[in-house]
Each structure stands twice: as structure tokens, then as C-alpha cells.
Design a protein around this ligand. Structure first.
Ligand SMILES: Cc1ncc(COP(=O)(O)O)c(C=O)c1O
Length: 163
């Protein structure tokens, strides 16, 4: 996907000795002024690692130094988590809301695998831009698109949706 967008992906290796968590110093060593998107996944698939809040704060401090860098935070496993781990939403950290695109979905927490029903939470200008692309990409009969279309119809008619 990064290559399709004309970007060069930089994969940062993690290790079992660090619980497969990104080390802030490794991140700092590869980020440049040209970096545009940091992709985080916590709780993570496939490692199951959960980023502690303190580590995310260290990552946020690095992100702050690069004003053109955004963060895509995949939090689809936020409810599949076991004590004592705690989920922290990256966008909730001070100063990070404006920089973060949070992606989530229903397939894990609500056992709706196959529905391909996901959502994006981000500042309105990012969501509007993504909406423009998605509105031109409904090329399949995928249930996600059918469901999205249902939601759009409900929103247009201003009907409440009861989950
Ligand atoms: C980390 C992560 N994000 C997103 C998804 C996408 O889930 P789905 O396509 O079922 O909505 C998956 C699916 O395995 C995943 O592991």
C-alpha cells in the first residue's frame, strides 16, 4: 500500500527480548524530515504485544519533532487484551489527536470477521479526504460496502441506528 502511494516503506525490526515492541531509539534513528506516516499496531497482530502508555509517550515525543509526520494507529484488538496489559489509544496522548488516524473494526471485538467492516477516527479534514477516495472505491458487493451504504442512507435520512 505504501508503494502504491509512491512511498518507500521502512520496516523496523523488533525482537523477542523487547517483547516485540518498537524501541524509541530505533525509531529516532530512521525518522527523517521525509517521513510521512508511522504505522503502529497495538495490541499487535501477530505478536500480541501491547504498547505500554509510557512507551507510547516516548514515541509521541519523537513524533512531535516532525510536524509533517502522521500516525496511523491500528487498534482493532483493543478489546482483546488481558490483565495486566492496558490499551492506550495513541490519539489520546497530549498533542497527538491532530496527528493521528485511528483505525478500528468490528471483526475482532464483535466476532464479525468476514464483514470487513471497519472505521476511521481522525480530525475531520483527514476523514473527509479518505471519504472522497472511499466513495469512488465501492466496486464490490463486499458486505462492508453494503453495510456502509446502509449507514450512509440512515445518516442521509437522519434516522438513528440501533446497534
Ligand atoms: C491488526 C489488524 N488490523 C486490521 C485487520 C483487518 O480486519 P478485517 O479485515 O477483518 O476488518 C486485521 C485482521 O486480521 C488485523 O490483524
Amino acid at each position: 500500500m505504501a508503494r502504491l502511494a509512491g512511498a518507500t516503506p521502512v520496516i523496523l525490526p523488533t525482537s523477542i527480548s523487547d517483547n516485540f515492541l518498537l524501541k524509541p531509539e530505533s525509531l529516532a534513528s530512521v525518522i527523517t524530515e521525509k517521513s510521512r506516516l508511522l504505522i503502529l499496531c497495538s495490541p499487535s497482530n501477530p505478536t500480541g504485544s501491547v504498547y505500554p502508555k509510557e512507551l507510547l509517550e516516548e514515541i509521541a515525543a519523537i513524533v512531535k519533532k516532525y510536524p509533517r509526520l502522521l500516525v496511523l494507529s491500528d487498534e482493532i484488538y483493543e478489546h482483546i487484551i488481558y490483565h495486566p496489559a492496558k490499551h492506550t489509544s495513541f490519539a489520546a496522548l497530549p498533542g497527538m489527536y491532530d496527528r493521528t488516524l485511528t483505525v478500528n473494526g468490528f471483526s475482532k471485538a464483535f466476532a464479525m470477521t468476514g464483514w470487513r467492516l471497519g472505521y476511521l477516527a481522525a480530525p475531520k479534514h483527514f476523514v473527509s479526504a479518505c471519504g472522497k477516495i472511499q466513495s469512488q472505491a465501492q466496486l464490490t458487493r463486499d458486505p462492508k460496502f453494503v453495510f456502509t451504504s446502509l449507514i450512509q442512507q440512515h445518516c442521509t435520512r437522519k434516522c438513528p441506528i440501533h446497534w
